[in-house]
Design a protein around this ligand. Structure first.
Ligand code: GN1
Ligand code: MG
Length: 347
């Protein structure tokens, strides 16, 4: 398919008149291709959807229609920019075998790293408020857009499978990482214990910090975005991915291994923000599970990056061959730092 050869059909389906020159690449998500459309002073977000990663767009439509009806109708402290239906009332438009969607543009700032603990507090409070907003909807109304997405046990098994099937030689640095991650079986066991204890909620499941749009002055969260993984989950998933991406001194792509540590002030701000956002709603056990979330989500990303490297980099966008290996190494340093932190945080 030629670049933008789908544009005229898209215009027809939405009653728009977008020209090629009004579209430019936008954001830095790892999965979909995102564009900003700017026309006559108006802005929209256009996405070419990755249906290799999300193989069931119908499930996402089902889930998002519930969000549109049951969450976007209540008074939220931020926007949820869900897709705008096309002329046929569908959230996705299929053109020459590719899925597209259009959503409102929300102004503000997206960041990969957070500067101050106050912003960490705000981020955590917002994601907790998102869970609270969905509390009235039984979690089983939602279907899984990626089966077992945050299931640590499943991801461990997928890593074992990747180790078995890989064409790469497992020696040197790669062997060290494989051994490290195989040695995390105790976290998998702890995960199973928490799963048996906690209720399923409507969670975001991908609370990486760049999935929030802050106001320019960071006094407010304007929007919670990247809603494709919104489905049933445990509150510690959402807290955990915040720890992974906010409380770490280096981003997940950094190779400054020796500088990777936990920023304790931000960690504490996250804990406080998440508890404040869920006040009166999260159970005592859910609050107790939060520190586990940071370790678990860092570990799961290590499993996933390493498995992708072993599988030949088929899932995540990479900019060089070893990038997934380096991402897994980065997460190993962070996980070790979080395991040490645990000792005092639980005192
Ligand atoms: C992907 O799309 P993005 O970049 O927000 C991934 C997350 C990972 C993240 C790691 C559907 O998220 O699970 O935490 O990369 N999303 C999917 O950077 O796999
Ligand atoms: Mg994203």
């Amino acid at each position: 398919m030629n670049a933008l050869s789908w544009l005229s059909e898209l215009n027809e389906k939405y009653g728009l008149e977008i020209a090629e020159g009004e579209i430019r690449s936008f954001g830095d998500g790892h999965i979909h291709q995102t564009y900003l459309v700017e026309k006559d002073g108006q802005k929209l977000i256009l996405q070419r959807f990755n249906d290799k990663v999300f193989q069931r767009p119908d499930i996402i439509s089902h889930n998002h229609k519930i969000l549109i009806e049951k969450i976007n109708t209540i008074d939220l402290p931020f926007q949820l920019p869900l897709s705008i239906p096309n002329y046929e009332g569908e959230l996705f438009t299929k053109i020459h075998g590719n899925y597209f969607r259009i959503s409102p543009f929300v102004s503000g700032t997206c960041v990969n790293e957070i500067e101050k603990p106050e912003y960490a507090y705000l981020a955590a409070k917002s994601f907790a408020q998102f869970i609270v907003a969905g509390f009235h909807i039984p979690a089983d109304n939602f279907q899984e857009s990626i089966p077992g997405f945050n299931d640590l046990n499943l991801r461990y098994k997928q890593l074992l499978e990747a180790i078995e099937k890989t064409n790469r030689e497992i020696t040197g640095e790669l062997k060290k990482l494989v051994d490290f991650y195989l040695g995390q079986k105790n976290l998998v066991d702890e995960y199973i214990l928490w799963k048996n204890k906690l209720p399923l909620r409507l969670t975001h499941n991908d609370t990486k910090i760049n999935n929030l749009i802050f106001s320019e002055d960071f006094t407010k969260v304007n929007a919670v975005i990247d809603l494709d993984t919104v489905m049933a989950g445990y509150v510690f998933y959402d807290f955990g991915d915040l720890v992974r991406t906010v409380a770490c001194s280096e981003g997940e792509s950094s190779q400054n291994w020796e500088n990777i540590h936990v920023d304790e002030a931000k960690y504490i701000a996250l804990l406080k923000g998440f508890q404040d956002g869920g006040k009166g709603v999260f159970t005592h056990e859910e609050i107790r599970s939060l520190p586990f979330g940071g370790k678990m989500m860092t570990c799961i990303m290590g499993f996933r990056f390493l498995a992708d490297y072993l599988n030949g980099n088929i899932y995540y966008t990479i900019h060089y061959e070893e990038q997934n290996l380096h991402r897994a190494k980065n997460q190993m340093y962070l996980l070790n730092a979080l395991l040490k932190l645990d000792a005092w945080i639980l005192k």
